[in-house]
Every structure is written in C-alpha cells, then in structure tokens.
Design a protein around this ligand. Structure first.
Ligand code: SF4
Length: 256
C-alpha cells in the first residue's frame, strides 16, 4: 500500500449530516449554486476528476467561470484516446487552469500486463476489473487522498449508480462528500448548456461516442442504444449481471 494513502478521517457522521442538508436544498439550486454551496461548506480541498466528456467539460466551464477554488485532476490510464490529450491541453489553455494527471503505479501496471497481456482485459470480466483497478481505481484513490470533497460529472440516467447516490452523496469508500452537480440533468440539458456557453467538446462526441474513456474499451453507439453500451460492449449482459450478484459492490463505475 502506498504511503500516499494518508488522508485523515473526515468525520463521516458530520459529513452525513452535511450531505443530507445539501441534498435537501439541491432541487432548488442551479448546478453553479450547488458548486458554491459545497465550496462554502467544506474547509479542505475539493477535487474535480474530469474525463473530458460533455458533462465534465460543462462543469469545468462552470468552475472556471465562477472562479471557484476547486482542483482539477484527470486519471491518465495510459490507454486514453489520442484526441483526449488534445482536449486536455485545449481546456487548460482556454481556462488558464492546470489539470493534474494521476498515473497508474509503474510496478502494479508491469505486474498486471505481465500477468494478463497488454490487452488482457478482453479475456474476462475479472481481467477487465483487474485492469480498471490498477489503471483507474488506485490512481483515483491517490487523486482524492487529501480531499474533503469530490466533484464528478455523473448523471442519474446514464448508468447504474450505487444506492444513495444523489446530487450530493457521502462516499464512504473515499471518506468524503461527493457532488455530481448535473446528476438530475439530461444529456440534452448538458449539450444545450455547452452550446449556449460555447463550451468546447471532445471531437469524438460528433462521431457517436456518448462518453469518453480508454481507447480499447470505448466505442461509438447507435441511435437508440443506451450510453452504457459504449463501454465494455463485448461483455455479455447476463455475465455482467451474474458477476455483480457474485460480487456485490465490486462493479466499477463507468464514468471514466
Ligand atoms: Fe483497462 Fe479498459 Fe478499464 Fe481502461 S477501461 S482501465 S483499458 S479495462
């Protein structure tokens, strides 16, 4: 275990009350007001992990436009789409921000690829989860290690979410307050905001990519397909369901 896991206990019960209050007030607040409310409620750092999708570009615009003291971070899995690096650089330049990268640990990655092969994640759900653990979950824990708040681009209707996930949630795994300011928005609302405010979007959205993730695990979707069909499409739905039932809580977020 890395010595970077050194966050102090953020007093979960206090955070639970805070989340309940903020969540009760959320319906009457705009996403920008929700961002400001979280910033006002927490003394410590708030980290926004962006994957450069539509919602995340909208939130970046909101945070930068409001001048909020929120840190930007991105998980560089080593398998990102080439275009994502252009969006990353362009976003930094436009808003005058730095988006801090978090990489997989070299020894863990070498062990993973040595064990399962460079594209071993196609072999089984277990192998894919092992890859996501090394390339996403562990770097995410590093990104959030010092944070009291975590900002994400999750929307309620784009994927399955853990029970209790709302606009404001208590993330007990990382022991912090999570805010998904667009959680109750539709994709159409996010796109409308992007158009109205000239938010720059990832070029692959125009080619049918609903979300942006790792190159080998993300594809364009057809009209009518759910957004989640753009990730890990080779995994049989029934097998995924069986796997989830066998390992409750082990499923990985598809928001990357
Ligand atoms: Fe590995 Fe694919 Fe998960 Fe990226 S999305 S970490 S390449 S399995």
């Amino acid at each position: 275990m890395s010595t970077r896991h050194n966050k102090k206990d953020p007093q979960l019960e206090t955070s639970r009350y805070l989340v309940a209050r903020l969540e009760a007030e959320a319906p009457s607040r705009t996403p920008q007001e929700r961002l400001k409310a979280l910033r006002a409620a927490l003394a410590g750092s708030i980290v926004f992990t962006t994957g450069f999708g539509v919602e995340e570009q909208v939130i970046t615009h909101m945070v930068a436009s409001e001048g909020l003291d929120i840190e930007f971070a991105a998980l560089d899995t080593g398998r990102l789409l080439p275009q994502t690096y252009d969006v990353w650089a362009q976003t930094e330049a436009r808003y005058g921000i730095r988006i801090r990268p978090f990489f997989p640990q070299a020894d863990a990655l070498e062990d993973l690829v040595s064990a399962q092969g460079v594209n071993g994640f196609y072999g089984s759900i277990k192998a894919r989860k092992a890859c996501c653990a090394v390339r996403i979950a562990e770097p995410l824990s590093f990104a959030l290690a010092e944070a009291e708040g975590w900002l994400t681009g999750a929307r309620a209707d784009q994927a399955a979410h853990p029970k209790g996930h709302g606009v404001f949630s208590l993330d007990e795994d990382h022991k912090l307050v999570q805010l998904s300011p667009l959680f109750d928005w539709t994709r159409a609302q996010a796109l409308a905001f992007a158009t109205a405010h000239d938010v720059w979007l990832h070029p692959l959205h125009a080619q049918g990519f609903a979300s942006i993730g790792c190159a080998p695990c993300t594809r364009a979707i057809s009209t009518g397909e759910p957004e989640r069909a753009g990730h890990w499409w080779w995994e049989d739905e029934a097998a995924q369901r069986s796997d989830r039932e066998a390992s409750p809580g082990a499923s990985h977020s598809r928001s990357n």
